[in-house]
Structure formats: C-alpha cells, structure tokens
Design a protein around this ligand. Structure first.
Ligand SMILES: [Zn+2]
Length: 119
C-alpha cells in the first residue's frame, strides 16, 4: 500500500482522505492510561509513603502537583503522594481552573479566586 506523510507526521493511505489525528479520548487510549496509571500510582506511593502536604498521615492517593488541566504531566516530578483529606482539599481548589463558584446559605453564589492559579 502506498502511503503519504501528512504535515504532522502521520501516514495516510494514498487516495484516502485524511481524517485528522486519532481522537485522544477514544476508549482504548483511556484503558491504556488506566493500566499505566495504576502502575505509576503504586510507584509514587512507594516513593512518598507519607503525605507530602501535612507530613503526618500516610499517603493514600497520588496527586498531580500541576494539574493535567493546567498543562501538568504524569512525570515523577509532577506527582506526589497525599493523604485523602489533603488531596481532597487540593483538588477542590482545582475543580475550576479560573474561578470557583460556591453556593451561599442564602441561595446566591460567590465566585472565589482560585488560590492555586497564582502560585
Ligand atoms: Zn496530608
């Protein structure tokens, strides 16, 4: 089969329309990421047996120091072991990258600036 190289380095059979890069969110990719993540997670928890935030509780979850949504990656340098309360507190602040909306007891909403964004 004759193939041609597209501008971003992929091979497309000659005469076939280039449908663009494979979607990154397809199911097989997600399954692969799951297996890879489980292994990585075990390695980080072995490296950081004690929570990196409070330095007291045992690490039970692996946190992205810089969230994936903000351009972080799965490298060892960007991962740390946290206890569950510390991880929950951190991810709660990362739920929205730019702003955080909270419901008040009166039913209105307040927008809080995300403290992680300015770090
Ligand atoms: Zn902790």
């Amino acid at each position: 089969m004759i193939q041609r190289v597209t501008g971003d380095g992929r091979l497309v059979p000659l005469g076939q329309r280039d449908r663009g890069p494979e979607p990154r969110q397809d199911r097989s990719t997600r399954a692969n990421r799951g297996r890879r993540w489980m292994k990585l997670r075990a390695q980080i928890l072995a490296r950081d047996p004690v929570c990196k935030s409070c330095n007291r509780a045992a690490s039970q979850q692996v946190d992205h120091i810089k969230p994936l949504a903000q351009g972080g990656d799965d490298s060892y340098a960007n991962l740390q072991g946290l206890c569950i309360p510390c991880h929950q507190a951190k991810t709660a602040n990362e739920a929205k990258p730019t702003e955080r909306v909270e419901r008040t007891s009166l039913g209105g909403t307040v927008v809080r600036h995300n403290p992680w964004e300015t770090r």
